[in-house]
Design a protein around this ligand. Sequence first.
Ligand code: ADP
Ligand code: MG
Length: 386
Amino acid sequence: MNGRALETALLDDVRARLATGRTGAGAAVRDAVRDSGRVLGSDALRDLERSARAELTGAGPLQPLLDAADVTDVLVNGPHDVWVERGAGLERVPVGLGSTADVRALAVRLAALGGQRLDDACPTVDARLPDGTRLHAVLEPLAESGALISLRVLRTRAFTIDELVVGRALPRQWAGLLRALVRRRANVLISGGTGSGKTTLLAALLSLVPDDERVVTVEEARELRPAHPHVVHLAARRANVEGAGAVDLADLVRNALRMRPDRIVLGECRGAEVREVLMAMNTGHDGGFATLHANAVAVVPARLEALAGLAGMTREAVAAQAAGALDVVLHLRRRQGTRYLAEVGLVGRGPGGELEVRPAAWWDGGERCAADPAAWSELVGRYGPW
Ligand SMILES: Nc1ncnc2c1ncn2[C@@H]1O[C@H](COP(=O)(O)OP(=O)(O)O)[C@@H](O)[C@H]1O
Ligand SMILES: [Mg+2]
């Protein structure tokens, strides 16, 4: 038996032992090695135990990728088609996951680790693994073969504003504005494309909220980890297999309002809950935050209208509510693996009464930073000096 085959056989044995529920990973590995009649050195034993643990309680062969300090995303398209994002664009990595059936089995096991099912009846999953990693997986036939797995690593510590400046995610000239927006309790909408850093910026801003304020966050799955002593998190729940028991984001926002929040935070507006959030911000709950998927500032009004339309709001009603509720839009952009705050906009109504986000300042992620004098001085007038 070669080393790889031995390891596979041992892992099968370890898996069987663990399935009995009577033993832990360490003991299962030791017993399996003893019973295999092999004598392993302490290093080999430790390696085997590590891969057994990764295989059984973590992301298996993907765990080392997830553990690397600079990796933010791990994407599996097939057994020999694995990609990682390290902040400089996607790179393919030489990791072999066996067959397409093995990829499918890995997806199913990861979903189970996240407390969700993934099978033919329920072929997509969005879950959170015990270490906070966010999992999305799709099975065949929705995916072309086997399964597609997308993992997003959770950063455990929020960035400070200064770190964002140093990391060139934010121009130094705007750091004071952001602090002032939090201090002066502006209602802020953070917009941007997928993976543009919305949640990251939100966590950094929440870390600026004074310690004596209570922050209540509402998210589809828990992601936000601000550096703040008083944050309570509400996460949505899906329906069970009988289709009952779902608690959606709109329900959670309504509940959050009754929890004596000083700050209401909606992790991501995805649907009808936008109505509840706008209503909350219009009825005295200021200093709130929400993020919204939008590829450009110009499409923010249309996105809000589309989402609020799901809750039965008319265009006119959305314009009135959103203009009254929201103060500032912070728009993020992602370019070749870098993420930066590209635009600051003021929310209001245009000449025809339509919802409008007026650009106040722009940054190209490099040397060029510009502002619209009138809109910028309006910002300074409202939130300054900083
Ligand atoms: N300024 C930044 N510097 C380094 N990594 C970042 C930065 N902003 C975001 N990231 C990383 O990029 C990934 C996507 O960020 P996230 O905030 O979740 O985006 P979004 O909420 O827009 O989808 C995360 O893994 C996050 O840790
Ligand atoms: Mg996000």
